[in-house]
Ligand binder design. Structure first.
Ligand SMILES: Cc1cc2nc3c(=O)[nH]c(=O)nc-3n(C[C@H](O)[C@H](O)[C@H](O)COP(=O)(O)OP(=O)(O)OC[C@H]3O[C@@H](n4cnc5c(N)ncnc54)[C@H](O)[C@@H]3O)c2cc1C
Length: 292
């Protein structure tokens, strides 16, 4: 059985305290949330933090999903299961429920958090595609205060984000607009597995045209892919299956999958296209309240 290298453990008692500990202990310190990504990496010795700062005691402060006028705010320690069950999210951003229904299993969903998912920045992470599509903003706090980073600047490299040493992701904000619909489509080898390919789409329809659109792709590149070229094509156009077919072609062209145990490159490119079209169609049907 694999075991992690030895480490010091402390329980955070406040957000400021966790940030102070991170600043004091330096790059060898990591926060632990659900532990479903960090602990397996520690067991495999792919991560060997010398200090773990457990932020679970901050649940009262960092676990919430609330409407704060013009946007929905989600605390970083909010568990997958709470995202799955949230009626507020299901009403405004059903893409979260779509994704949560196919992320791992109840054991992982009961502990894993949105903050851990985004900060892990695994290229196959479903919630990174979701947050890219809905144009989420990440609230990051550190020793010098708070900054808000748009999701398209959040993922900087595989397993690396805009959250720096000594900083904590505290909240994810989702801007609310009328006429929004969203959907997540995923193909996996078996129930609860990581994606072979997954696509999130959000479509904002105003007077029968696509006012704005967001598309995020998982598992078909070195990081989550923000499909900007397809978004430009769609913006300002009346929605149609032909248009979504063109966006699907761009998705197949603009992704950069690698061959692995989940499939060859051509198959993954094909899936990226098919899933983009499906996600756009379903998101639009939801925006127009036409979903069967
Ligand atoms: C068997 C299994 C199957 C899975 N299947 C899927 C799947 O299909 N799709 C999917 O998307 N995910 C899947 N996951 C991953 C799961 O969603 C994890 O819960 C998630 O990736 C990490 O969340 P966590 O809260 O457990 O983070 P942790 O493991 O605690 O932390 C992950 C990283 O984020 C950092 N971190 C955590 N919180 C913060 C914060 N607030 N601020 C700054 N840094 C922070 C940690 O220091 C660490 O580096 C699976 C995991 C397992 C074990």
């Amino acid at each position: 059985m694999q075991t992690p290298a030895s480490f010091e453990y402390e329980r955070a008692t406040s957000v400021e305290g966790a940030i102070a500990s991170l600043a004091r202990l330096g790059p060898e310190a990591r926060v632990i949330a659900g532990g479903h990504s960090l602990l397996p990496m520690m067991k495999l010795r792919l991560a060997q933090p010398e200090h773990l700062i457990d932020i679970n005691p901050l649940e009262p402060e960092l676990s919430y999903i609330r409407d704060q006028g013009g946007e929905i705010a989600i605390g970083a320690l909010t568990r997958h299961v709470d995202l799955l069950k949230s009626e507020l999210l299901a009403e405004h951003f059903p893409v979260f429920r779509d994704a949560e229904e196919v992320i791992a299993d109840p054991v992982v969903r009961n502990r894993g958090t949105i903050g851990g998912s985004l900060c892990q920045a695994d290229p196959a992470e479903d919630l990174s595609a979701v947050c890219t599509a809905v144009k989420a903003k990440a609230v990051i706090r550190g020793p010098s205060g708070q900054r808000v980073v748009p999701m398209d600047q959040f993922h900087v490299a595989p397993y690396a984000t805009a959250v720096g040493d000594g900083e904590l992701l505290t909240e994810v904000r989702l801007p609310l607009f009328l006429g929004a619909g969203s959907a997540h489509e995923k193909v996996e080898r078996r129930a609860g597995d990581w994606a072979i390919a997954a696509v999130s789409a959000a479509v904002w329809v105003d007077r029968a045209t696509i006012h704005d659109v967001g598309i995020g792709l998982s598992a078909v590149g070195l990081t989550t892919i923000h499909l900007k070229r397809a978004e430009e094509l769609l913006r300002g156009q009346p929605p149609s299956e032909e248009l979504f077919e063109q966006a699907a072609t761009i998705a197949s062209e603009d992704c950069s999958p690698m061959a692995d145990g989940r499939g060859p490159v051509d198959y993954k490119r094909h899936l990226a296209g098919v899933l983009t079209k499906r996600a756009l169609s379903r998101a639009t049907a939801r925006a127009l309240k036409q979903e069967a």
